[in-house]
Design a protein around this ligand. Sequence first.
Ligand code: TXA
Ligand code: MG
Length: 326
Amino acid sequence: MPVFPADDIHIERAAQRLRDGGLVAFPTETVYGLGANALDASAVAKIYAAKGRPSYNPLIVHIDSVEAAQALVSGWNERAQTLARAFWPGPLTLVLPRSSRIPDIVSAGLPTVALRIPAQRVARELLERAQIPLAAPSANASGEVSPTRAAHVSASLGEHIWVVDGGDCEIGIESTVVDVSGRFASILRPGVISENEIEALIGPLTAPVSGGEEAPRPSPGMLSRHYAPRARVHVFSSLTDAHFHAVLLGENQKVGVLCFAPTRIEDAREIVLPFDPRACARRLYAALRELDEADVGLILAEEAPDSAEWAGVRDRLRRAARGHEK
Ligand code: TXA
Ligand code: MG
């Protein structure tokens, strides 16, 4: 039974499988993760294989306490302490210098490790029972939209993957990733915890170091080709733009629309998203999947406001669109 309920018996079985070096997909408050024992390199290798994930893209390690996090880093610091106290458990990932206990494969050879304490009940119970840190990227084939419900995992990775079903994810987009490993802190991936909230606690952030698309980067998740649905995505900034592109690109294919207010684009499959950053994030990936399932060839997505609270949603839409430029 590849998808099973999140009751005691099944969580225990899942924990046992993880201790034995197997893979289990499990819910977190952000998206479903594909977990393996983070201290076991051959278990972690199975994650890369199952996802078709490039070996240079490191994984997030999930733990259930700050002490467990501290045991996996070589330099816990004050900023990490402040952010952990404010946002853990929750949708925040901290990048810190890694301890030698973390196998190379987890952090793709980087000198750092990404850590997060999830808040979701099932994730917490699984971590408690397994008593091991869990490396877990989003439980989707590499490059695809992250899963926000159990059925998405099976659809993306296959029916043979074990999935603990914890219902729909409350946050809906991946955690905010903050690099606090060096002298300057920076956001490597925006999420629902905003830049403003982080700066209010640890002071000004700097832009992440980036050497262009092909250069080694501090966070390969910053690769633009990521989080993409099957359909081509165009982000529109006005109704005129939307209608223009529907005509220009929509010929001979079904058009899907993601918008905050109805567009009246003819014959389009339209999903109106809530105009609230958190509510919108919760709905976003399932909406992209619905449009893919409706076999649209083109998705016209309304640009989200340019403010810190919307940065996560804006980022995912931009990447969904860029996934098709190459
Ligand atoms: O919300 C989430 O973060 C979900 C749930 C399952 O926890 N996980 C997730 O994992 O989104 P994944 O693998 O899809 O994204 C991990 C991100 C990538 O952008 C990766 O490049 C970055 O974290 N990352 C991991 N380790 C890193 C490191 N040592 N330095 C910089 N970035 C790192
Ligand atoms: Mg992912």
